[in-house]
Design a binder for this molecule. Sequence first.
Ligand SMILES: Nc1ncnc2c1ncn2[C@@H]1O[C@H](COP(=O)(O)OP(=O)(O)O)[C@@H](O)[C@H]1O
Ligand SMILES: [Mg+2]
Length: 340
Amino acid sequence: MTGDVLLDVQDLETEYRAFGGSRVIKAVDGVSFTLEAGQTIGLVGESGCGKTTTCLSIMRLLPAGARVTGGRVLLEGRDLAQLSDREMQHVRGNEIGMILQDPMASLNPLFTLYDQVREPAYHHRGLRGGALRERVLSLLGSVRIPSPEVRMREYPHQMSGGMRQRIAGAIALSAAPKVIIADEPTTSLDVTIQAQYLDLLKSLQRDTGVGLIFVTHDLGIVAKMCDDVMVMYAGRTVEHGPVRQVFGQARHPYADALLRSVPKMGSKEPLFRIDGQPPNLADLPPGCAFEPRCPHAITECAQAVPPLLEVGPGHTSACIRSVELAAAGAAAPGADGGEA
Ligand SMILES: Nc1ncnc2c1ncn2[C@@H]1O[C@H](COP(=O)(O)OP(=O)(O)O)[C@@H](O)[C@H]1O
Ligand SMILES: [Mg+2]
């Protein structure tokens, strides 16, 4: 199902600077992962942990005041930081598509659907005339827009929210990119439309082999959609691995707490709450950022930032107690009636 490495993110670091640099927020701090053709990676973590900043850094779409301060992003071996703005613009239309949380942000209210969906295919694929029209109709069909010949002459305000989100998906797919980054694309959709939209993305992935980075705070979606999951906390990766392994036995106390805070069907276990506040990114503690909230913290946890340690095949955890806690069953989510 998966194949060649498309995207290779190595030790990415991104900062926001405010007040003339007197306040520095390290929103992304040493994030690494690879994405293969046909693979879906879920990016999860509390609001403010750096998911969107990671995506914007990859796309080179950071707002003013933000800067990538370390690491590399390779797209099929090409270092994206080395590309000119023009080349990068080509990459964004052609090779990496992005679906944003707010579909209106990626739609232009002044242009018809036809004009918007056709744009990437026209500019980046060089399609013209009948071939271009065919492409637009087939894209609108593939995102299940009813009567596309009629609808393509309409404007965004004439569409429902779900339809707009699917159009944004069609635009992202228009140039047949190798990678799609979807940043909470279903947050504004109701549950039924959301399920349809996710099925659609999956079937498009089966057809095209596109690699998908899926940002969401919905762990149910991750379980259904993703091959791998990366859990972020305070700008850092705390756990990363195959969904089945991470969901079966989370190895980092934060990932474990996050999974236990989701209601499970038929479970009588009380819902878990993560006490305390997320950390202030402008003033992180010297050790593990989760240490102040962690029920398993020991003195060493507060002394140095823990490295990501391998805890299984393709599975890493940034907790110095991962192995010990797993052995004791203390970090086990108890999904299959694990010992207390
Ligand atoms: N435009 C901005 N200016 C300054 N700080 C920002 C800006 N956008 C985000 N941040 C900071 O970066 C952190 C990560 O934000 P973000 O990447 O949006 O997180 P997420 O997508 O996980 O909710 C936030 O905690 C916030 O403090
Ligand atoms: Mg976000």
